[in-house]
Design a protein around this ligand. Sequence first.
Ligand SMILES: *[C@@H]1O[C@H](CO)[C@@H](O)[C@H](O)[C@H]1NC(C)=O
Ligand SMILES: *[C@@H]1O[C@H](CO)[C@@H](O)[C@H](O)[C@H]1NC(C)=O
Ligand SMILES: *[C@@H]1O[C@H](CO)[C@@H](O)[C@H](O)[C@H]1NC(C)=O
Ligand SMILES: *[C@@H]1O[C@H](CO)[C@@H](O)[C@H](O)[C@H]1NC(C)=O
Length: 414
Amino acid sequence: MLSTSFGLMAMVSLLEVVHAAPAPQNSGSSAPQAYTGHTSIGVPNPVEDYYISLGPRPYYLVNNMTDSALKTKLESCANGPFQITDFTIGHRGGSTLQIPEESVENAMAGARFGAGILECDTSLTADKGLVCRHSLCDLATTTDILLHPNLAAKCAVPFTPANGTHPANVVCCTTDITTAEYLTLCSKMDGYNASAKTVQDYQIELKSGADDTVTAQYAKYPAGYTQEDYARQFVNTFINKGIDPARVWMQSFNPPDIYLWLEEFPEFGRQAVYLDESGDHPDTYAAAVALLPSIKAKGVNIIAPPFNYLLMEAGPDNQTIVPSSYATTAKAVGLDIITWTFERSGPLDQVKATDQYYYSSIFDAVHTDGQMYEVLDILVQQVGIKAMFTDWAATVTYYANCFGLHGPNSADYQ
Ligand SMILES: *[C@@H]1O[C@H](CO)[C@@H](O)[C@H](O)[C@H]1NC(C)=O
Ligand SMILES: *[C@@H]1O[C@H](CO)[C@@H](O)[C@H](O)[C@H]1NC(C)=O
Ligand SMILES: *[C@@H]1O[C@H](CO)[C@@H](O)[C@H](O)[C@H]1NC(C)=O
Ligand SMILES: *[C@@H]1O[C@H](CO)[C@@H](O)[C@H](O)[C@H]1NC(C)=O
């Protein structure tokens, strides 16, 4: 269980993704930086002079919609103005579709795309640093660690090349190296070449990355260091940096983390987000729905399931998308809903053929890319989501600006 329980994340409103230590740079030369010239930690309203840029993708999606009132409305917003919005959460930074995840560059692009909240998943280093990395043991697939022989030698499972019977294998964890060593790495797109006979060939992104539930067993946690220690260190990192709790949206897949924050750090706990992935199968889905009232009763205010939990198909040919029992129950018990992850499934005409998780509850109703905004519109107008995680923040920002969505408001949880 260490794999999920040691994964803590936070989303920080309108600032750098960095807490304790920055993510590796993609280009080795420049120093770690936040939004140079725009904002820094502790400045309450940093966006006034921040210019965002959405690129062509939102226009492509609107153009591909069939005629509807929604399409007309979205077309009417083509010329902006567009502003940063906390409705848009930059998933692993916010430009993960094309830029290495959890990197400074990814987060800066997410902000440029209007993501008002930027996510950093944290992992622990050998000297108890907290760094932005989705999985404890994904360094071989998300960084160039194998090209640093001195660091590659420290990997929990050193590289073995592919041969006639076995694929290439290697596991490198953040707990294998110090924070200073981590900061010498460069990020890369998550993926690897299972046929690789050399570490250079292993870098090619053919398969998506490490399975954290399999690899995290190799993480070397400091002796005596517990999940509770981790949950406290995590919050204290923000406190020690003087970051206003109102700007910090702590997240965890592990409910006891949230209960600890509610008990010991209520100003953070009140707006902490419970990431729920407990309902992936038809039998566990019903159990996940049944648990929602008790989660709310324990003080959790915000729940974040994947958006396939929130939608279902209806109508004689399954062509209508409607809120699911999870969505209506969460709303009925007073939980606010954030959901994930938009722009992580490739072309919509292929989601069924390629068995894309996020559309799994509405496969029959989804046929073309233009329906992306129909799905988002149902999540906003019918489910009532407060914010959306996305791998390409521009798409969500366009919609949010068109409908005047500002995202979750910290004052609602005080
Ligand atoms: C949307 O794109 C698909 C795939 O390119 C195309 O087949 C379809 O005709 C487009 N729909 C509209 C309304 O433009
Ligand atoms: C192939 O690789 C595996 C795992 O690294 C190893 O156990 C096996 O002996 C290798 N086979 C040959 C023929 O080298
Ligand atoms: C994957 O690795 C093998 C063996 O090193 C190499 O021959 C092959 O070209 C690599 N694949 C790609 C796409 O680079
Ligand atoms: C509609 O979807 C349900 C569940 O996904 C399935 O059991 C049913 O066969 C579908 N109906 C049609 C007409 O495709």
